[in-house]
Each structure stands twice: as C-alpha cells, then as structure tokens.
Design a protein around this ligand. Structure first.
Ligand code: GLU
Length: 390
C-alpha cells in the first residue's frame, strides 16, 4: 500500500505558496495497459483531481503520452515502436483514441477539453510560440482544459521534443507555469536503478547544484515510451532553470497531484532557481542548446558580475558544435563551467573566424556588416551564480 504522509515539507512548500497554473504530464505506462487499452482507473482518478483543481480556480494543462502505443496496439503491430514510420502511423491511429478517453473522463465532470499537438519548432520559433501562448490563454480563459501531445505523425529528427517530459517542461516555461508535475510508473528519482539494486535510495529533494550529478542516474530503455529517468531529470532541469518547481512521482499514488501541491514528501521534488521573465524563460526552455562558446576570464567576470553585459568577440576563445544564427548556445568559462545561455547572432563557423577580435573588425573578417555582439544581453540568461570569480 502506498504510504500517505500528511506532513508538508517546508523545503517544498516554500516554493508552492502560490501555485495557480500547473502543467501535469502523464506517461504512456500510466495511461495505457499492456494490451494498449486505456487504463481507465488512472485516467478517471487524474481527471477527478484535475477537475477538483479547476473548481478551486486553478489552471491545469495536461500533457499526455500514450498515442503511439495505443495506436500501435490497435493496428495489431508487433514491431519495436522505435521505427519512425510505425511511430508516425501508430500516433495517427492512437491520438484520437487517447483523446476519446480523456474527453469522456472530463465530460463526465462537466469540462470541455481541447487538443494541441506540437513539434519542437512550434515553441522554438518566437513568433509561433507567442501565438501558441495566446491560444493556450484563450482556452484557459474559456475554461477548457488544453491537452497536449507531440505531433508524432509528422515529427521527425530535428523537430522532435524527444520525449513528452521535455515537451511538458518547455510548455511550462512558455506559459509561465507555477508547478510542473511529471507522473510516471516509478516512485521518483533513485540513486540507482531500484529494480536492479537493493541499496537504491529514493531522492526526495534535488537542489539545483545537484542536478548535474543527477544526470548520471541509470536508465533503462523501455519499449512503449521514450522518456526514461534521464529525460525526466532533463525536463526538471529546464523547469527549475526558469524558476518553476518540478515534482516527479508515481501516477498511481492516491490523490497524487493534491499531495504534491501540498508539499508532501512524495516522489522527488526539484527546487527551482529564482523566477525569470517570460522572455528569458522562453530562451531557456524553447529549444535544446546547439553548441557551446568558451570565453576567457575577463568575459566570464563581465557576464557574471554585471547585469547586462553582452558577449563580444574579443572575449571568445572557442566555439564547439554546429550552431546557426538564432540558435541557443551555452556560454562556458575557461574551466568549462556554464555561465550563461543565450541566442547567438552568428553561426559556429563565423564565431570561429571572429573569436578574439575587436568588434570593429567583424565586418572586415566576415565580409559583411553585422551585429556588434555575438550574444546580446537581451537574448542571454546568466545561469551561474553572480559572484566575482568563475
Ligand atoms: N508522444 C508519445 C506518445 O504519445 C510519447 C512520448 C514519450 O513517451 O515521452 O505516445
């Protein structure tokens, strides 16, 4: 039997004082049974909880997996779901099935659902992201429950979110959610794979500085879905970088959403950084970083010390990865530690040409007039603590 603890944990509740808008993500293994039929008890229980939150005046966005697996089973296919063509076909069949069950569950509670299917470029592109935000806010104002999934039937390499955990985290960043809840079939994040190691311990609280270490959690590939534990930690990292607390818990726990909201010691809680503006939140959550720029000690200090330093070519020592102008890059100090993230004005090969140069020489070196900065401060978020040293 699941342990129901009633005591809220202050390290959690201090970040959950004013949760108005939540993103809840449920995984394939909670939504669908092994034979591909819906897990009605879970769907009903979550719909009941979400309806309760809406009745309290909160806004809930639901991200649901399960389309690919349900469709795959409905088609009687018996091949690994990793084959792209089959995933796409499966999703086309499974998505309407999946929505039928959610729609019915919410309709029984007098609620209207809306379906939004996304690919990564819908949130990475600023203009499209703003339109998407407006649509979501219109739905929330109208009292509908927006239900999201990746648009798997058209999603291919390069535009995929990779998994719905990241979709949920990017969505949370985009709409300025107050809490991201990832419901899974595990009790939370463990120090080791709990199915294989008896000494595995559940991690109740993950602070930001511990996130890097948490990336090393063991993972297991599963046939039905994409997001393993690493994907969940990655999603949590995106959320907390935007200042959004994130919890990971077993979706089968009774009243799991309410209990997480009350700050109970349930599953794993990821402590958020300070809240960032909506634009900065979009910079951090809109896309996966495409490369890295290394800067010298002086640039490193300028970026960290003062609010408002742009990155100029003179401070750059190296560029790694193949990024294009407009992509998200990580700025790193001489020791490799991350200092900031930002949208870059130049492609990687151009940064390699202008690195170490004076701004006035950019046009001559590139043979065209161009931006004065490599990353403008308005397009940058300092992610390292702001103190003098690196
Ligand atoms: N979008 C996929 C589906 O609906 C799930 C992706 C994931 O497992 O994260 O089946």
């Amino acid at each position: 039997m699941p342990r129901v603890s009633r005591e809220p944990v202050p390290a959690r509740t201090e970040h959950l004082r004013d949760v108005h808008r939540l993103v809840v993500k449920v995984g394939t293994r909670g939504v669908a049974d092994v034979d591909g039929s819906p897990n009605e008890p879970n769907i009903q229980a979550w719909a009941q909880e979400i309806a309760g939150l809406i009745a309290e005046g909160r806004e809930v966005l639901l991200v649901t997996s399960g389309a690919v697996y349900m469709g795959f089973r409905a088609l009687g296919l018996d091949k690994p779901v990793d084959a792209l063509r089959l995933r796409q076909a499966g999703a086309a069949v499974g998505q309407p099935l999946l929505m039928r069950y959610w729609r019915r569950a919410f309709q029984q509670r007098g609620l209207v659902v809306a379906q939004i299917l996304l690919t990564q470029d819908d949130v990475a592109d600023r203009r499209r992201a703003i339109h998407l935000r407006n649509t979501i806010f219109a739905l929330l104002e109208a009292g509908a429950i927006p239900i999201f999934n990746e648009n798997d039937s058209v999603s291919v390499d390069g535009v995929t979110f990779m998994d719905n955990d990241r979709l949920a985290a990017r969505l949370a960043g985009l709409i300025g959610a107050d809490f991201l809840i990832l419901l899974t079939d595990q009790n939370g994040l463990f120090t080791r794979d709990p199915d294989r190691h008896q000494d595995a311990r559940l991690v109740s609280l993950v602070r930001q500085e511990e996130l890097d270490a948490a990336q090393f959690v063991e993972d297991r590939a599963r046939a039905e879905s994409r997001g393993g534990m690493k994907a969940k930690v990655r999603a949590a990292e995106i959320a907390v970088s935007c200042g959004i607390p994130c919890a990971l818990a077993h979706g089968g726990e009774p009243q799991v959403i309410q209990r997480l909201l009350h700050g109970e010691d349930l599953g794993t809680f990821f402590v958020p950084r300070e809240r960032v503006s909506s634009r900065k939140s979009w910079i951090l959550s809109g896309q996966e970083p495409s490369g890295e720029i290394f800067v010298d000690e002086g640039a490193c200090r300028a970026l960290r010390q003062r609010d408002g330093s742009s990155l100029l070519p003179v401070g750059i020592t190296d560029a790694r990865g193949e990024f294009a102008s407009g992509d998200l890059v990580i700025l790193r100090g001489p020791d490799g530690a991350e200092i900031a993230r930002g949208l870059v004005n130049y492609a990687a090969h151009e940064v390699r040409v202008i690195k170490g140069s004076q701004t006035r020489d950019i046009a001559r070196l590139l043979g065209r007039s161009a931006h004065e900065t490599v990353v403008h401060r308005d397009n940058m978020v300092v992610t390292a603590p702001r103190n003098g040293s690196s």
